[in-house]
Design a binder for this molecule. Sequence first.
Ligand code: ADP
Length: 288
Amino acid sequence: MAKKNSRTGWEIPATEAVRASADTRVADLDTNVTPGFEGDKELGERLLEERGADLSALQEKLFANGRSSEEHRSVLLVLQGMDTAGKGGMVRHVIGHVDPQGVDHASFGVPTEEEKRHHYLWRIRKALPRKGQIGVFDRSHYEDVLVVRVHDLVPPAEWEPRYDEINQFEKDLVESGTSIVKVAMFVSLDEQKARLAERLERPDKYWKYNPGDVTERGYWPQYQQAYQAMLDRTSTEYAPWHVVPCDRKWYSRLAVTELLIDALERLDLGWPPADFDIETEKRRLAES
Ligand code: ADP
């Protein structure tokens, strides 16, 4: 067995442990497991805080470079998952570690009338992260090959070419300096039921309950098929999918923290140099 990395607690790096492969079978996924990580919830939650601080330090460097460099560098986290998978909690507990100034957050619901008049990538392009920012998509352009496919919102001849189109779109994005971290979040049908039941028991959760979510449960196999096609056709070298089991929230949050840290470390950013003369400024300050 691989040796545990004492700093991160992982036996296998999260980037490898949850990376989608040609063998990934959505219908057979065990969503109550913790790939790559052998620790328990207590360790997971402690590490989430520690690694959240590391993430914050890396984000500050990205932000600093965005302010001072001409080069475009940004990171885009794409969160895609069924209702109750925990997308909102992911934003609060993972992205919540970083300075909100450095985050460009966007969520994508049913398209508005205006959005419907445009190409499906129109609203996505408008929401892309600015230079130096971490972008977060709560749902994304993938809805246009998921809910759209499951409910025949457009004919197959229209959604079918979208897989290739999305790949090209993401390739262009990566080439223009945006690192894409794609996370497919999966809960089991039973876990989803339990989470929806909790929403019906607690007045502070009623606002999260949407009767349509129960209707969508009836389409579970169709959604599994659509998610499978998404993974098969849009997991690329430049923007691979990560398949994150989400029955244990602490694990999914820790895993995504690690994925973001990895993406930021790969940018290999330094602190931007001073664009003023340090000695002169020290003197001026002392004399002021
Ligand atoms: P959430 O349920 O994540 O809190 P909303 O209720 O605002 O957020 O919107 C989510 C709903 O919008 C989901 O049912 C999703 O399938 C739907 N949706 C998102 N994008 C599209 C799209 N392109 N076409 C149709 N429905 C979409």
